[in-house]
Design a protein around this ligand. Sequence first.
Ligand SMILES: [Zn+2]
Length: 208
Amino acid sequence: MILFQVGRYSHKFNYFCLTFEALKEKTYIDPQVGPVLLRKNRRSRRITLRVSPRRGVTVTMPLLYPFRIGLEFFFSKRDWVLEMQEKQRDRFKEETQPGPEEIEAMRSEAKRILPPRLAELAERYSFKYNQVRIKHNVSNWGSCSRKGNINLNLNLVRLPEELRDYVLLHELCHLRHPDHSPDFHALLESVCPDHRKKEKELRKFRIF
Ligand SMILES: [Zn+2]
């Protein structure tokens, strides 16, 4: 988090504070920076500008300053804000993006655990597939071809076991229904009763 502080503000009119409660926040949408929250704070004596990777851009200002002053302050620092956002994005990428070695480790783990598990589930629920391949893409967790081949994303190894099974069962059901029709969902329901909950949970995970 980076902080700018300028100026000082006399707070002798502080008794007005309570009347202005409802007007304490405004958001300006900058085409490049995104949302900029202008926030008036009773205790604030000067304008501060924060750029946080999680909370975004916030200008905090004394209660009696007009929002225009906060916005002007943001504009005077706009280039700096863009620079900070860029740096924070890079740092975020470095922290979360797996490198080539990690991808290879995930691939060999995927090859070790996914095919046997798919075979096990297929056996349990009487599904017959042709081949299984381990793939690396960012668009889907798995897919099933018309020829009965199942592709599984190596990212599946990062998921909790029950979500991984859900993806495998979802693809196995596509062997009989190559769509998301009511018939497909009825079949999925019979092999994975809480599939809707799992589908929702799955959306919280990113594919790298
Ligand atoms: Zn599907």
